[in-house]
Design a binder for this molecule. Sequence first.
Ligand SMILES: NC(=O)c1ccc[n+]([C@@H]2O[C@H](COP(=O)([O-])OP(=O)(O)OC[C@H]3O[C@@H](n4cnc5c(N)ncnc54)[C@H](O)[C@@H]3O)[C@@H](O)[C@H]2O)c1
Length: 277
Amino acid sequence: MTFERVLVVGAGQMGGGIAQVVAASGRAVFLHDEVPGAVERALAAMERSLAKLAEKGGVEPSEVLARVRPVEAIVDADLMIEAVVEDADVKRAIFREADTTLGAKAILASNTSSIPITSLAAATSRPERVIGMHFFNPVPVLKLVEVIRAVQTSDETAAAIVSLAEDLGKVPAEARDFPGFVSNRILMPFVNEAAYALMEGVAEPEAIDTIARLGFAHPMGPLALADLIGLDTCVSIMEVLHEGLGDPKYAPCPLLRQYVAAGRLGRKTGRGFYVYE
Ligand SMILES: NC(=O)c1ccc[n+]([C@@H]2O[C@H](COP(=O)([O-])OP(=O)(O)OC[C@H]3O[C@@H](n4cnc5c(N)ncnc54)[C@H](O)[C@@H]3O)[C@@H](O)[C@H]2O)c1
């Protein structure tokens, strides 16, 4: 399966990045977002990212951008990659609509960080063709794609998505559909604990992040990373771990919730644990 036409639903920071790498692989991309102006903002971000990559010998930005077509609705394609807000009801509604719009052989994938793929598969009439395709932020830079099989996902679907990830220049790693999969089962409690350390006054944000960078050789500290991911997304993922695994150790840190309530979502709103220009 070569996936000549790929529909990306959700043109936020992840959807835009996914559209960019898929278009850079030579495929036609349809990009849809329900918020007016979101696709245009994603295209502008793509242009900036492609210009930087072109300096390092990447592909010609205009060629890649020409392959991305904004669409007003969910349209037929060989593959959908859904990257809308981390909300199970919103995602299930999109999977139901895609199931009726895309051809019977099309695969429906989600970039969710934590919502059970099994429940998205169950919302469709083709559960064996539903899978998790979890990219990492920033998508054009980070190599990993966590491929998550729902209980119902067929071997053919998993093999096709693993091979597509490789064709996009990524490295796929397979995981089963348990809360947080592998990546967020490990990463999010680390971020949450860093927020607790800050809330309890153990250290300032800079000190917490410096300790992780220089002590554990992480490229970014957990608070700077949380700002990049989005604090709202971090809280949603902790809620999924908390509910899905039933252990109070996964309860979201109250400071994270407070920042989200204040609209300090991280880089995307200009302020989270740090302030951005
Ligand atoms: N941010 C990260 O670091 C990261 C990493 C991996 C995976 N993810 C996952 O990717 C998904 C998107 O995250 P993001 O950070 O890009 O969020 P974002 O808020 O930047 O973008 C979400 C986009 O979805 C759009 N949207 C919402 N409802 C829609 C609908 N019904 N139809 C069409 N568009 C709709 C919004 O308008 C917005 O543009 C989430 O599931 C998140 O868990 C995020």
